[in-house]
Design a protein around this ligand. Structure first.
Ligand code: ZN
Length: 194
């Protein structure tokens, strides 16, 4: 099952390296004002991952312009964190995808493995089924996906589109990079709202 990989610390190290690359390319570009960017990470208390995540998982990478009077924030996209959610992004996708059907035994298992209560898991389901399909991001991005993704089985249909098997780390990387625009400020705006 997909969740064996996601319980594995090496999977999270792999995603950490992707985030470090994303952060490094953001840092190399200076602020639009010309100022240099300094590291100014956001603290996080990530949940749902294995117990032995490195301490750097307590930070979402971010930068701040060093020029007085500007101090603009630059936060690169992330494959680890889904916006301001506490739970790690892959967990939010995976658990919602595995929560198929009304089996209460299954929900209990998931909630134990990933340290998320039933209400949290239901909130994720609602997010993927009801909020996510309405976002501007999805309305544009879904056109780039082949085959067409079925909205009523989100996010499982995304997992199936990107992962070739249950050990497919590169597939996870592609999926999380595909979704990474929603990890930016305003990335989950609903079409028509400002
Ligand atoms: Zn600046």
């Amino acid at each position: 099952m997909y969740h064996d990989l996601v319980r594995n610390a090496s999977f999270w190290l792999f995603l950490l390296h992707v985030d470090q690359d994303l952060a490094e390319s953001a840092r190399q570009q200076s602020c639009p004002c010309g100022g240099r960017l300094h590291r100014a990470n956001y603290p996080r208390k990530p949940r749902g991952g294995p117990g032995d995540l490195p301490a750097v998982y307590r930070y979402r990478f971010s930068f701040c312009c060093q020029r007085d009077g500007c101090r603009k924030r630059v936060t690169p996209p992330s494959v680890r964190f889904l916006g301001r959610r506490v739970y790690l992004g892959a967990v939010v996708i995976l658990v919602a995808a595995m929560r198929q059907g009304p089996s209460s035994r299954r929900v209990r298992e998931l909630s134990e493995i990933f340290d998320a209560d039933r209400r949290t898991i239901n909130r994720w389901r609602t997010f993927w089924r009801e909020h996510f399909p309405l976002t501007k991001f999805w309305k544009v991005a879904r056109g780039r996906l082949v085959p067409t993704i079925e909205v009523d089985v989100l996010p499982r249909s995304l997992l199936e589109a990107f992962l070739r098997n249950d050990q497919d780390r590169e597939g996870w990387k592609k999926l999380l990079l595909f979704l990474s625009p929603i990890t930016l400020t305003g990335g989950l705006k609903i079409e028509g709202s400002e």
